[in-house]
Design a protein around this ligand. Structure first.
Ligand SMILES: C=C1C[C@]23C[C@@]1(O)CC[C@H]2[C@@]12CC[C@H](O)[C@@](C)(C(=O)O1)[C@H]2[C@@H]3C(=O)O
Ligand SMILES: O=C(O)CCC(=O)C(=O)O
Ligand SMILES: [Fe+2]
Length: 320
């Protein structure tokens, strides 16, 4: 378990930055401290001994790979991703493009497009595997959010987690597939998913054993996140930055494609219900740290996000 300490020269040496890896089987208060520190410093950490069963992960990975291996016509039956379904290259609705194909689903209830009768061969099995996986990673996200609330001394310790436990939660699940770059003379990959922050509360992400994810540290340097089959990556999203009154920061990240191997990632985006109000609790607002963002609903924030481009800093629009 290593947490890099602030170091003025680290911006010049990305390889010297050790991203936090937190062992969830450690002592509760110690784990809560490490998580909070990582959210303040990076808005990002990895977790190991997370409790999500290996079979659940393996089954989801298998379904994901089967889906992306299907012929284009079959995959396209699950599209276009407007707003949910199969998409390729186009990300969002404002001209963002990446070397990626994806399946984007709403989780409450699972939004499998009606026309995609052949998803992965057996639609019912696909849905059941996704539902089991989503339940497991949502559980992990809730545990992490409760630890954060505890360490931040927020009175209602389920303040964050209850938003994604809500039956009306607007959470999403996304499978991304990045084919290897075809530019043989390049040593670095193409942009698979351009730089952005995730708008939601918390993202629980994992990938196959192929690198590509990078996070932006100290607004200065892109740090590669090595793939790790035993870990989940956790991203702080914009809503959690607002709800912690700027104490946690939503992490900017991007994906570069690998020149030899296909990368597949699976992301759960824990979000509030559309009508839920997003603001920092009074415990995190003091004369020293006045309220940074005006209260907004998740629906309002989501609408603003979708009207902007991937890399835009949307929270700025809500600064007081
Ligand atoms: C360009 C866009 C794609 C995105 C919606 C947005 O307008 C800005 C945020 C993007 C993002 C990033 C995290 C998730 O992958 C995502 C599903 C989300 O909620 O916000 C995507 C959106 C998308 O691909 O539709
Ligand atoms: O593919 C990845 O590792 C990250 C994808 C991502 O950032 C996203 O889907 O929002
Ligand atoms: Fe993301």
């Amino acid at each position: 378990m290593v947490v890099a300490s602030p170091n003025p020269s680290r911006a010049e040496k990305p390889e010297a930055i050790e991203l936090p890896v937190i062992n969830l089987s450690g002592e509760r208060t110690e784990v809560a401290k490490l998580i909070t520190k990582a959210c303040e410093e990076y808005g990002f950490f990895k977790v190991i001994n997370h409790g999500v069963p290996e079979e659940t992960i393996a089954a989801m990975e298998e379904e994901g790979l089967n889906f992306f291996m299907m012929p284009d016509v079959e995959k396209q039956r699950a599209g276009p991703a407007v707003p949910y379904g199969y998409g390729r290259k186009n990300i969002g609705f404002n001209g963002d493009i990446g070397e990626v194909e994806y399946l984007l689903l709403h989780t409450n209830p699972l939004s499998i497009p009606q026309s995609s009768i052949t998803i992965s061969g057996d639609l019912q099995k696909f849905c059941s595997v996704v539902n089991v996986y989503v339940r497991a990673v949502r559980g992990l996200a809730c545990d992490l959010l409760d630890l954060m609330a505890e360490e931040l001394r927020v009175q209602d310790q389920s303040l964050f987690s209850k938003m994604i436990r809500d039956i009306e939660s607007d959470s999403l699940f996304r499978l991304n597939h990045y084919p290897p770059s075809s530019f043989h003379h390049c040593t670095t990959g193409a942009v698979g998913f351009g730089e952005h922050t995730d708008p939601q509360i918390l993202t629980i992400l994992r990938s196959n054993d192929v690198a590509g994810l990078q996070i932006r540290v100290a607004d200065a340097v892109w740090v590669p996140v090595p793939p790790d089959p035993t870990a989940f990556c956790v991203n702080v999203g914009d809503v959690l930055q607002a709800m912690t009154n700027g104490r946690f920061m939503s992490v900017r990240h991007r994906v570069l494609t690998n020149i030899n191997n296909p990368r597949m990632s699976m992301a759960y985006f824990g979000a509030p219900p559309l009508q839920a109000s997003v603001t920092a609790p009074p415990e995190l607002v003091t004369p020293h740290s006045p309220l940074l963002y005006r209260p907004f609903t998740w629906g309002e924030y989501k609408k603003a996000s979708y009207s902007l481009q991937l890399g835009d800093s949307r929270l700025q629009l809500f600064r007081k």
